[in-house]
Design a protein around this ligand. Structure first.
Ligand code: COA
Length: 333
């Protein structure tokens, strides 16, 4: 990333939306062979949210409206909307178009970005690049997933993990280049395609009675295989970005990790030499909300007054693809 850039891209506003309906671990005890203790100790999850009516664009639009309201700006001011999601309302039009209409952002263009659990990191890098180039002044990046729409609630291996949510950040330029996004290390590796996927409904396996009967429109995950690579992938890349930017654990205010499994998060923090207080956690309340986890953490910790201007944050994720990465961000508000 160019260090001699004229503008830095900073987060200047945040918003979030989680549906009201809570699915606690007791709910899953009733529908599959599982128990609260197993779920808590293996994953760290106690509850997750369910959107009963509506789609991903509804989650995303509500997060966007929360941001606009808190920032006290009009939707007309938004130049670009990027929605990171693997649960778009439809193949097309893009969810970004549906969000644009719902919030009335009449001067915006935008698109969806598909990178599963790394979606927010990839979309954030993309949004920041649009701002750093000097081309755009207000870019909204939204991580939104209605994971319940692709979850098989008879599969105990997976159904306990996921939840529905959306969160949004506003990115704007500043000439204070010591603030905002400082660096990113982002990776993809398609050899992960056999461990975590949804194979039905696309051009490979267009929908038929057979694809539906075989439950190909649900998430398939080989949990054990993914767990091993996720631990190493997220821990290594988080450590690498610290080394590359000469950051010690004392320099870092928070690790902001994708919330897939508390044990993956703990392993990453340990590799970085960070104590528990320096790790953002809300997996207990929301489970894995895919593209929404990282911005959801940012919004909650910011609103609780736990992040301050100048704080150095490392955002890190690992997900289907495989996709993974880490970003070094200096908080600006
Ligand atoms: N309740 C009770 N038992 C369950 C269960 C559940 N909900 N789900 C699975 N089990 C059982 C398994 O069937 C297995 O039983 P067996 O040994 O008789 O076969 C046993 O628990 C252990 O399963 P295992 O896969 O070893 O558990 P784990 O410790 O790996 O935890 C995950 C499972 C899914 C929580 C974990 O593998 C994980 O988090 N994977 C990665 C998720 C991730 O990061 N994804 C990437 C981003 S989305």
């Amino acid at each position: 990333m160019a260090k001699d850039k004229k503008y830095s891209a900073v987060i200047t506003g945040v918003g979030m939306y989680v549906p009201d309906k809570i699915l606690d671990n007791a709910f899953f005890e009733k529908i599959v062979d599982t128990n609260d203790e197993w779920i808590r100790t293996r994953t760290g999850i106690r509850e997750r949210r369910l959107l009963e009516n509506g789609a991903t664009s509804d989650l995303a639009a509500k997060a966007a409206q929360d941001l606009l309201k808190n920032k006290n700006i009009s939707a007309d001011e938004i130049d670009v909307i990027i929605v990171a999601t693997v649960t778009p309302d439809m193949f097309f039009p893009a969810t970004a178009c549906l969000v644009q209409e719902k919030i009335g952002a009449k001067n915006a263009w935008g698109f969806d970005l598909s990178a599963a659990c790394s979606g927010f990191l990839f979309a954030f890098q993309t949004g920041c690049s649009l701002v750093e180039s000097g081309s755009y002044k207000k870019v909204m990046v939204i991580g939104a997933d209605k994971m319940s729409s692709i979850t098989d609630y008879t599969d105990r291996n997976n159904c306990i993990l996921f939840g529905d949510a959306a969160a949004a950040v506003l990115i704007e330029p500043t000439e204070e280049t010591n603030l905002g996004l400082q660096d990113s290390l982002l990776r993809i590796d398609g050899s992960g395609k056999n461990s975590l996927y949804m194979s039905g409904g696309g051009s490979l396996n267009p929908p038929t009675h057979e694809t539906v009967d075989k439950k190909m429109h649900y998430i398939f995950q080989d949990g054990k295989a993914v767990f091993k690579v996720a631990v190493k992938g997220m821990a290594d890349i988080s450590y690498d970005i610290m080394q590359k930017n000469k950051l010690t654990s004392d320099d870092i205010a928070y690790l902001v990790p994708h919330q897939a499994n508390l044990r993956i998060i703990d392993a990453t923090a340990e590799r970085m030499g960070l104590s528990k207080e320096k790790v953002m956690i809300n997996i207990d309340k929301y489970g894995n909300t895919t593209a929404a986890t990282i911005p959801l953490c940012l919004v909650e910790y910011y609103r609780d007054g736990k992040i301050k201007k100048g704080d150095k944050l490392i955002l890190a994720a690992f997900g289907a693809g495989y996709t993974w990465g880490a970003s070094y961000l200096v908080w600006a508000i």
